[in-house]
Design a protein around this ligand. Structure first.
Ligand SMILES: *[C@@H]1O[C@H](CO)[C@@H](O)[C@H](O)[C@H]1NC(C)=O
Ligand SMILES: *[C@@H]1O[C@H](CO)[C@@H](O)[C@H](O)[C@H]1NC(C)=O
Ligand SMILES: *[C@@H]1O[C@H](CO)[C@@H](O)[C@H](O)[C@H]1NC(C)=O
Ligand SMILES: *[C@@H]1O[C@H](CO)[C@@H](O)[C@H](O)[C@H]1NC(C)=O
Ligand SMILES: *[C@@H]1O[C@H](CO)[C@@H](O)[C@H](O)[C@H]1NC(C)=O
Length: 350
């Protein structure tokens, strides 16, 4: 999305101090695999053209001008763990080093926070038509799927590599969907167990099912409600928060121009969090460029600021490869992204 009427900087100016983390999703490390003709390309992909993590100069600009302190950096599991080897402890060190460099830049050089974001919808092995392709991790009925144990081993290895970096937050998974919520719970628990087995103490973000939709948290929207399961996670350090996404358009997808869904759609999950003494972050949200959305987004941020269960957010999206394309809403060509200096397809400001 692009807020030309309400800037990232305006969103990031807190009215109360409960939301500690505020920033933007850096999308790009997962780019370049999708194809609409079924012919796979972009794996492993070329750094800088098929995929990229951050533009360091752009990060500097956003920190200075927008006063944000959090970047959610996406990566692709099939690039980190090539399918020829499988999900687990063997990483592609070239891809890892490029990702590591981005994480170190933000956390060590700039002293801001990073959410590590496996952008895989709880699927692995075939990202070509994400979010729908690939085998569901831990799906025992699918002989091609990676197991929950593989997932745990992956997180153990990842956590070993970041356990001493206190500005790293471990995201478990972007947007699980169309799978049993009991399996989301099981995989989340495996990731938590793997991370904690290394001695890593940082915060973990555990995703809700149903695309992590906040409005669907207590209803499930065709899946078993996340509210029936996610309080059953056990973290010995009690440092796991829930990861929620919530767009404001009609179908909550972030593709509609108008903000028709009120922020009170988050009341169910907000109450659940209070009831279970848990916290959450919104790591994707957005609305179109129009006065209605500008007001709706202000209301949204105020809502989060007002409820102490909400501790942070990242807006969708910035990243070095968006070019003229917009991550949101309706017209992909004319809106641009949050990437500083980006231009919209119509030549207007990005
Ligand atoms: C990185 O961002 C800077 C500042 O917006 C811009 O001038 C530069 O062209 C960008 N570089 C790439 C490779 O996108
Ligand atoms: C590892 O990643 C690099 C950079 O994307 C790529 O050039 C290389 O082919 C990859 N190796 C494997 C085994 O996937
Ligand atoms: C975590 O929370 C549980 C339940 O409230 C409590 O019994 C336990 O002592 C807490 N552990 C830590 C490390 O705070
Ligand atoms: C949501 O609605 C938009 C139109 O506002 C449409 O383009 C998009 O395909 C819909 N998405 C889903 C997931 O239904
Ligand atoms: C968005 O709202 C405007 C102003 O109310 C209206 O003209 C337009 O048709 C709406 N667009 C959609 C896709 O609903």
């Amino acid at each position: 999305m692009k807020f030309s009427l309400i800037s990232l900087a305006a969103l990031a100016t807190p009215t109360l101090a409960k939301v500690f983390y505020a920033g933007v999703a850096e999308s790009g490390g997962e780019f370049g695999v999708w194809t609409d003709n079924g012919v796979g390309r972009g794996l492993p992909g070329r750094f800088g053209s098929d995929y990229a993590f951050i533009n360091k100069t752009a990060i500097d600009v956003m920190i200075k001008d927008d006063k944000i302190n959090l970047f959610r950096i996406a990566f692709l599991l099939e690039r980190m763990c090539p399918p020829s080897i499988g999900l687990g402890e063997v990483f592609n060190e070239t891809y890892f080093d490029l990702f590591y460099d981005a994480v170190q830049y933000v956390t060590v050089r700039k002293r801001r926070y990073v959410i590590l974001d496996p952008h895989n919808y709880m699927r692995y092995n075939d990202p070509f038509a994400q979010p729908y392709s690939g085998s569901i991790i831990g799906d025992a009925s699918d002989p091609n799927s990676a197991t929950t144990q593989d997932f745990k081993i992956f997180f153990t290895e990842l956590a070993k590599r970041f356990r001493h970096n206190t500005r790293v937050i471990f995201g478990i998974m972007n947007e699980p969907h169309d799978m049993p919520t009991s399996l989301v719970l099981k995989n989340n628990q495996a990731a938590i167990d793997g991370i904690r087995s290394t001695g890593a103490k940082q915060m973990i973000l555990a995703p809700a099912n149903a695309w992590s939709g906040g409005h669907a948290f207590t209803t499930g929207n065709g899946n078993e409600p996340s509210s029936d399961y996610l309080h059953l996670m056990r973290d010995p350090l009690n440092n796991t928060a829930i990861e929620i996404h919530e767009y404001l358009d009609d179908n909550y997808s972030g593709s509609g121009a108008n903000c028709t869904q009120p922020v009170t759609r988050l009341d169910g999950v907000t109450n659940w969090l209070k009831q279970h003494g848990m916290k959450a972050m919104i790591t994707e949200f957005g609305g179109g460029v129009n006065p209605g959305c500008a007001q709706a987004l202000k209301d949204y941020i105020n809502y989060l600021e007002d409820k102490e269960v909400w501790i942070g957010w990242t807006a969708w999206a910035a990243g070095p490869l968006w070019g003229h394309w917009s991550p949101c809403c309706q017209s992909g060509q004319t809106l641009g992204s949050f990437e500083p200096g980006s231009r919209a397809g119509d030549g207007g400001p990005g």
